[in-house]
Design a protein around this ligand. Structure first.
Ligand code: AHM
Ligand code: MG
Length: 346
């Protein structure tokens, strides 16, 4: 019998994490933390899967008075449910010092009645929430950062670490299958939820994103609002075989970052949400700490690249918990091309 799990011998997330711990890639507490997040994702997957039968669709808050999050966006019932599931699951385990979420104005230290650990967890509990009510894939994104100040409550400033400091990151996509994609800094791996057994099973070890691609993901309805580098870049993609890029490009846009990134993990592509006239004042649309950084870590560990168009994403120095950034990520060659257009058209 083989001593470690591999493609020929699939294993559970639990076994995979124990092997990562034995290999010296993660501390026991980080293993527990990832297990807890994965368990929370299973619960969210069940809630998402029930849809109208579970009374979970539609907006949170009272009729005519939708509840808003810190971003000024109307919260869906499932946004709130997913946030509560992650908060509750992670509060008492003893592995965390604090949590921060897209749905909460400020980070929260672990309550005093529980022991405190050495990690900070950031998450977007339900990304792509505009897709919930129409039965299209949504997902959870998470990022784990270290916390060294023992005996003190972590505050928002403690979370403002660059993406290079992440110890683990992942997302769970709730689609036809529920799939958890995870990195602890030693490759990016995919685990599919076996719904009958209730456990995540390793289905792809060491995802490799093809370096070249002929597929891009962007919300084209924003084209007229884009800045010159993006206009020039996408203009040349659309020009096809007879244009400067010399090949035809296909386009896909799910409007759930997790689903778009998962497609890129599977078959390559470039995902972008650039600066435009509508989001410029805020710095972009997507959030650095719990959307762009974890995705950038996962993509780099799968051999891809992630930038703001002008800078490596993981090296951005965060100034705010809910900071927004332009995002370009996916197939390395194509992300580099997008960077070249930024340098040449700025
Ligand atoms: P959310 O976290 O509020 O769901 O917003 C983030 C989502 C991403 O998943 C997706 O890529 C993007 O917003 C879609 O934006 P748009 O509706 O402008 O196409
Ligand atoms: Mg989101």
């Amino acid at each position: 019998m083989s001593l470690s799990c591999n493609d020929a011998q699939p294993c559970s997330l639990t076994r995979f994490l124990i092997e990562e711990q034995r290999a010296g890639h993660i501390e026991p507490d980080l293993r527990l933390l990832i297990e807890v997040v994965a368990r929370a994702c299973k619960r969210i997957s069940i809630a998402v899967g029930k849809g109208a039968l579970g009374g979970v669709l539609g907006e949170a808050g009272l009729p005519g008075a939708a509840s808003m999050n810190v971003q000024g966006e109307a919260q869906k019932k499932l946004d709130v449910i997913a946030n509560d599931v992650l908060m509750e699951a992670n509060a008492w385990g003893g592995h965390l010092a604090g949590l921060a979420s897209e749905e909460m104005d400020h980070s929260q230290p672990i309550p005093d009645e529980f022991p405190r650990g050495r990690y900070l967890l950031l998450f977007d509990p339900l990304d792509g929430s505009s897709n919930i009510d129409v039965n299209v894939s949504v997902g959870t994104i998470f990022s784990v950062l270290p916390y060294a100040k023992q005996g003190q409550d972590p505050v928002d400033a403690d979370y403002l670490q660059p993406g290079t400091a992440q110890l683990a990151a992942g997302y769970c996509v709730y689609g036809p299958q529920t799939t958890l994609v995870l990195t602890v800094g030693h490759g990016t791996h995919a685990f599919t939820l076996d719904r009958e057994v209730g456990s995540f099973v390793l289905t792809t070890r060491n995802i490799r994103i093809p370096e070249q691609t002929a597929e891009f993901a962007v919300n084209m309805s924003n084209q007229r609002h884009w800045q010159p580098p993006m206009q020039a870049y996408v203009g040349d993609l659309l020009a096809g075989k007879t244009g400067p890029r010399g090949k035809d490009f296909n386009m896909r846009w799910v409007a759930s970052m997790v689903a778009d990134v998962h497609r890129i993990m599977t078959r390559g592509g470039i995902f972008s949400y650039p600066l435009d006239a509508k989001n410029e004042a805020k710095g972009g649309k997507l959030r650095l700490m719990y959307e762009a950084n974890p995705m950038a870590f996962l993509v780099e560990q799968a051999g891809g690249a992630a930038t703001t168009g002008r800078q490596r994403m993981l090296e951005v120095r965060p100034a705010d918990l809910h900071q927004r950034v332009p995002v370009f990520l996916g197939s390395k060659g194509e992300v580099e091309e997008a960077g070249r257009y930024h340098r040449e058209h700025d």
